[in-house]
Design a protein around this ligand. Structure first.
Ligand SMILES: *[C@@H]1O[C@H](CO)[C@@H](O)[C@H](O)[C@H]1NC(C)=O
Ligand SMILES: *[C@@H]1O[C@H](CO)[C@@H](O)[C@H](O)[C@H]1NC(C)=O
Ligand SMILES: *[C@@H]1O[C@H](CO)[C@@H](O)[C@H](O)[C@H]1NC(C)=O
Ligand SMILES: *[C@@H]1O[C@H](CO)[C@@H](O)[C@H](O)[C@H]1NC(C)=O
Length: 394
């Protein structure tokens, strides 16, 4: 059965100014640490996954390492759920970092630029696509391994500094909300929407706190995109006898998530000293493009480039997921959706530019350029001195 598990498109700061400003330490840094670079760590689902699922024992439902994925930019299927690059690829470029490869890619031991743990199909809840994806809690475990590795390689001081200055990008929740709507509705007979959402937020909160414990201070979040209006969801709705409208059940969860996420982060911000975060309004920026495609240079915002059935919403792109036949558009640049769930390289590029340097109407209260660039003068010195460090990494 097509599980549609890779779903994901889904998907203020209490600046405590210290009297003590950090003096840039480039001249005295450890030789192993790349100078003038802020590391970039990525957690989440297929929106951000550069191909971690190529290296786990899973099914093609949760993979995109076959043609025509990847054709536009990389010219080969990398495992990214798109025709080309994803948001972290653009951000790495803008931040003058190399591309951050999948954490699980064999031979990947160079973590001074960061690491990407994201996994297509992953949720904040372990039960989502269990055994087939790297769930958020496992991504955290891998991050702790990286932290230990950095400490051994760079020493306590340098690794601490690297993690304090690093930017952490997280996109999670889309699969948690979508997956039950596809295959196990009974979750919502047991939990109310709010109770279910609180479990998602609870697990996300724990992960944020643990990253903070290891030194993480600067977090970027992507809120939930207009999941109900993905070609896959509209196709399902049509099958159920609708008239091609968005799936309201998904939209309800998305809106609830996007209302609660800022509250949860604000609460964390008042508890964790020096915790800085920003939320990118994926919902509004994606919806705006879906409603006015030509304004943004697109011709088709409803039908996916690759797939089959109504809206090409059947998740058959590449012909490797049980259904051999699928359709492929001739000019992917005209499309907003590459497959039934995921945007094209061109959409990601537009969104990444907003994530990087957008104004408060799309990303608040910092854009990633600010999070990457203003680290040194904004982190109070005392946090360098009293960071809790434990050496027992599970
Ligand atoms: C991968 O999963 C399949 C099916 O669940 C199983 O038969 C196989 O033993 C697994 N392989 C490894 C290396 O875990
Ligand atoms: C569906 O979800 C319920 C509640 O979480 C669980 O008890 C049940 O085993 C699930 N069924 C399937 C087929 O996954
Ligand atoms: C995390 O999710 C699990 C279900 O996967 C849930 O039982 C648990 O309560 C959640 N944790 C928090 C802190 O909310
Ligand atoms: C593909 O579409 C883009 C955007 O509409 C357009 O600029 C380009 O010329 C098209 N390419 C071809 C080969 O038609």
């Amino acid at each position: 059965m097509a599980s549609f598990s890779n779903f994901h498109m889904i998907h203020h700061i209490l600046l405590i100014f210290s009297s003590c400003l950090l003096i840039p330490t480039s001249s005295q840094s450890h030789p192993h640490q790349p100078q003038n670079h802020v590391a970039f760590f990525i957690f989440g689902d297929s929106l951000l996954d550069p191909g971690n699922n190529n290296y786990i024992n899973t099914t093609t439902e949760d993979q995109a390492n076959f043609r025509p994925y990847g054709e536009t930019f990389f010219k080969y299927p990398t495992g990214r759920f798109s025709d080309g690059r994803l948001i972290p690829d653009f951000i790495a470029e803008y931040a003058k970092l190399p591309l951050i490869p999948p954490y699980l890619q064999p031979g990947n031991h160079q973590f001074t630029y960061g690491a990407n743990f994201a996994s297509g199909g992953a949720g904040a809840l372990d039960e989502i696509n269990q055994g087939l994806v790297v769930n958020l809690n496992t991504q955290l475990r891998y991050f702790k391994k990286v932290e230990k590795h950095l400490r051994e390689k760079l020493g306590d001081e340098e690794s601490k500094k690297l993690l304090l200055e690093a930017v952490y990008l997280i996109s999670i929740g889309g699969n948690d909300y979508i997956s039950p709507l596809f295959r196990n509705y009974s979750v919502f007979q047991i939990y109310s929407h709010r109770q279910y959402l609180d479990m998602v937020m609870g697990n996300l909160t724990v992960v944020i706190q643990e990253i903070y414990q290891k030194g993480g201070r600067k977090f970027g979040f992507v809120n939930m995109g207009p999941l109900g209006c993905l070609p896959a969801m509209k196709a399902i709705k049509l099958q159920q006898g609708g008239a091609g409208e968005c799936m309201e059940e998904a939209t309800v969860l998305v809106k609830l998530h996007n209302r609660v996420l800022p509250e949860v982060l604000q609460k964390l911000g008042s508890k964790l000293k020096g915790f800085k975060y920003s939320i990118f309004d994926f919902y509004t920026t994606a919806k705006e493009r879906m409603d006015n495609p030509s304004k943004y240079g697109f011709k088709e915002a409803k039908i996916a480039c690759c797939g089959s059935g109504p809206y090409r919403g059947l998740y058959s792109c590449g012909g490797m997921r049980g259904t051999k036949e699928y359709e492929l558009c001739s000019n992917v640049s005209e499309y907003m959706f590459f497959d039934s769930f995921h945007p094209t390289d061109r959409v990601y590029q537009q969104l990444a530019e907003l994530v990087w340097s957008g104004t408060h109407n799309v990303i608040k209260p910092y854009n990633l350029k600010q999070l990457f660039g203003h680290s040194q003068e904004e982190i109070p010195c005392d946090q360098f001195e009293h960071l809790p460090y434990t050496s027992n990494v599970p």
